[in-house]
Design a protein around this ligand. Structure first.
Ligand code: C5P
Length: 279
């Protein structure tokens, strides 16, 4: 059994996101298409014999709030495992962008430590621990592009067309709880029966709320619409994306974004790079 591992944690985009209701605990039920993309954080793990979970490297927040650390602690608690780990995260996915960076880091931590600690847990077992860490984490543990319902626990894999995308990354960190709590949020979009999914379907119900509260998001939507002919926000923002026919138009769109609005060309992934990673 190896004692160290380095693994990726890819970002996601919500191709559409419909808020279908609100539960008594305040959490919202959703119907959304999660698409993995080739922008990823990188996580290095080293097994420790002393049981400690140590977060190494630069941290933008308190270590106890770090989702990779919380994932490691949750896995220890669920299994009684007495091993620990040092975790280093190299961030490439902007935080507060709606691309699932923290959730993906948590999922990769569960998959990595399951192996480093020799726990032999199945993905479905890891997914139930994942749901205690955040609504998006089970999707990353499953590892397939998917239509997701409930608060993130009902996952139906879908085959989505490979695409090039132009991304705009406004310099805004959008707090997810505030967007979901907004009184003006539409919470009654009907849940559709869906076997076949077409690109451009639906909308993001969180988009008008985030755009009204964060002018940088509104500006990015207008700018991307102008250069790419379509634009949608992912998650609760702040990132905005546009589907493009090929790499060329995606590059052209990103280069045409106004100064002060960083952009990136990305490609969709057919599946998570760890989808078949052995436990
Ligand atoms: O699950 P996650 O940590 O990403 O969610 C952050 C916050 O967003 C939650 O605490 C909740 O306020 C809100 N949320 C929600 N319904 C969801 C997902 C998130 O109300 N399905």
């Amino acid at each position: 059994m190896e004692s160290a591992l380095g693994l990726p944690a890819p970002a996601k985009l919500n191709l559409f996101l419909h808020v279908t209701g609100r539960r008594v605990d305040g959490y919202h039920t959703l119907q959304t298409a999660f698409q993995l993309i080739d922008l990823a954080d990188w996580l290095d793990f080293e097994r420790r014999g002393d049981g400690q979970i140590v977060r190494e490297g630069d941290l933008l927040w308190d270590a106890s709030e770090d989702l990779a650390v919380r994932a490691a602690l949750a896995l220890q608690r669920a299994t009684g495992c007495r091993l620990g780990a040092s975790i280093r995260v190299t961030k490439n996915i902007p935080s507060g962008s709606g691309m699932g960076g923290g959730s993906s880091d948590a999922a990769t931590a569960l998959i990595a430590l399951n192996r480093l600690w020799g726990l032999g847990m199945a993905r479905a077992e890891l997914a139930s621990i994942a749901l205690t860490l955040g609504a998006d984490v089970p999707f990353f543990v499953h590892g397939e592009n998917a239509i997701v319902r409930g608060v993130g626990e009902l996952i139906t894999p879908v085959s989505l067309p490979r695409q090039w995308l132009a991304l705009a990354l406004p310099p805004a960190h959008v707090p997810t709880p505030a967007i979901f709590a907004a009184p003006e949020l539409t919470r009654s979009t009907p849940s559709a029966k869906m076997n076949v999914f077409s690109v451009g379907y639906g909308r993001n119900d969180l988009e008008p709320v985030a755009a009204a509260r964060h002018p940088e998001v509104a500006t990015a939507l207008v700018a991307m619409g102008r250069v790419a002919g379509n634009a949608r926000m992912t998650g609760s923002g702040s990132a905005v994306f546009a589907a493009c026919e090929s790499a060329g138009p995606a590059r052209t769109a990103v280069l045409a974004l106004p100064p002060g609005l960083p952009g990136l060309v990305v490609r969709t992934l057919a599946r998570h790079p760890l989808a078949s990673f052995a436990s």
